[in-house]
Design a protein around this ligand. Sequence first.
Ligand code: PEP
Ligand code: MN
Length: 355
Amino acid sequence: MRETVQQVWKKRPMIISGPCSAETEEQVLETATRLAKTGKVDMLRAGIWKPRTRPGSFEGIGTKGLPWMQQAKKITGLPVTVEVATAKQVEDALTFDVDVLWIGARTTVNPFSVQEVADALRGVDVPVLIKNPINPDLELWTGAVERVAKAGIKQIGLIHRGFSSYGNTEYRNAPMWHLAIEMKRRNPELLMINDPSHISGRRDILLDVAQKAIDLDMDGLIIESHIDPDKAWSDAKQQVTPERLGEMIGQIAWRREDINSEEYHAALEKLRQQINHLDDELMQILSQRMSIAEKIGEYKKNNNITILQTNRWNEILDRAFKKGEKLNLSKEFITKYFDAVHMESINHQNKIMNS
Ligand code: PEP
Ligand code: MN
């Protein structure tokens, strides 16, 4: 017998894997057996009900797949988790001893659905994982956590699965790491698991995303695996074999948040002091920059000139990109930084010119 769900819940890192969807009994049992054999997995996952973006694709095997999960648990000793989106699904999942429930990204966006799931959970003692909503809105994510907590669920975890956007990007769902970091900062007591599969949407960058998540001190990973990934009935491009999953988990550099070493802490403290000094200086300089912008605002006001001159803004950006390259600052950063500084300058000038 392996660890209980309570032990797994406390385990760091917590590794969850299994197919996007349960397809057949053989597929579920073989995936589970091969995952267990890697010795790297703490919990099995499979989608039983699949909220698909477009109709006509495989929408899940339904309740019929739950006994397969129960059997997979029996054979491997691993706890199991499935996605639930309705009260009936909660009831069915609990009838078949599902150990952990998860709320999917398409459900987290909908307070009615989240409330229905939460109401179905009243009086039940089961851990619940809540995926981020598909849109980048921390309030919706927080709202889902609050609804589930108010229903009396004590063990709640978060899953960061990225945020959808229109058009093709490198990712299927942009990670927007800063949102995961902010959610973690606001809820230090909740565990946060990263879902490289739905962020990546493809196999070749899974490991990079997983490593980044671990370097951001996430508590675990949920990664899809399939005995024959290319033939998976859903999310074929992002799934890997159980053996590849095991190999990937072995390749990740597992780093911890802190250690008990005086030398390390002293060295870090010294460098952090330097950073604090530099941050203070940067703010002083930015404040001076804004004072100058305000003076320019006076001249523009007196001469009836617009705040924005596109040529001047292009000139500032061009200079900054060239300088940034020499100073080892990425174009992406320079763009964001100058956008922020420029907007702040515009606001300062606006105050002078229009109030
Ligand atoms: C899934 O985990 O297979 C799934 C449907 O994910 P999400 O809710 O993140 O889209
Ligand atoms: Mn999937």
